[in-house]
Write a protein that binds this ligand. Structure first.
Ligand code: ADP
Ligand code: MG
Length: 153
């Protein structure tokens, strides 16, 4: 299958690529963000949310697990499941309501929610590359395939 990847040498380029993701999704779908602590998952999410026109801050939802945004009519849910000890806890969060088709869900540490999350449309992986990062992505659905190609253009 096709390899989708890009080198992002600094934080600014990461944020800029986030805006491209915003465009590619148009505010719908499920994106999993993989990569170790400090790789830039939250930075990239900030870029996506700002890409829709959000002016305020984008904090890491490490303790809240999910941070909702409504920007120009788009619903975005930014998850960080790092601190989730049991995927079943997501039931109490009302997880199903978040993943409706009208929303874009960005999920950091999706492995922690294994069994409770819907399938991702797109899986993004961030790895260290010198002082910068290499971002690669894999489509998992037809919608994800459209996103993946848009990100490459
Ligand atoms: P994570 O959410 O994956 O734990 P964060 O986004 O909180 O990571 O932090 C990532 C750190 O890496 C920040 O200090 C940010 O400035 C930096 N960073 C993000 N993207 C890049 C990049 N493409 N190149 C270099 N540094 C980056
Ligand atoms: Mg983070």
């Amino acid at each position: 299958s096709k390899e989708y990847r890009i080198e992002l040498p600094d934080e600014a380029s990461m944020v800029a690529f986030g805006a491209k993701i915003a465009q590619a999704t148009q505010g719908h779908g499920v994106i999993f963000l993989l990569g170790d602590l400090g790789m830039g998952k939250t930075t990239l999410s900030r870029g996506v949310i700002r890409g829709f026109g959000h002016q305020g801050s984008v904090k890491s939802p490490t303790y809240t697990l999910v941070e909702p945004y409504e920007v120009n009519g788009k619903h975005i849910y930014h998850f960080d499941l790092y601190r989730l000890s049991d995927p079943e806890e997501l039931e109490y969060l009302g997880i199903r309501d978040y993943f409706d088709e009208q929303a874009l869900c960005l999920v950091e540490w999706p492995d922690k929610g294994r069994g409770m999350l819907p399938a991702a449309d797109l899986v993004l992986q961030i790895a260290l590359l010198g002082y910068g990062r290499q971002l690669s992505w894999t489509p998992q659905t037809a919608l994800g395939q459209i996103m993946a190609d848009k990100l490459m253009s």
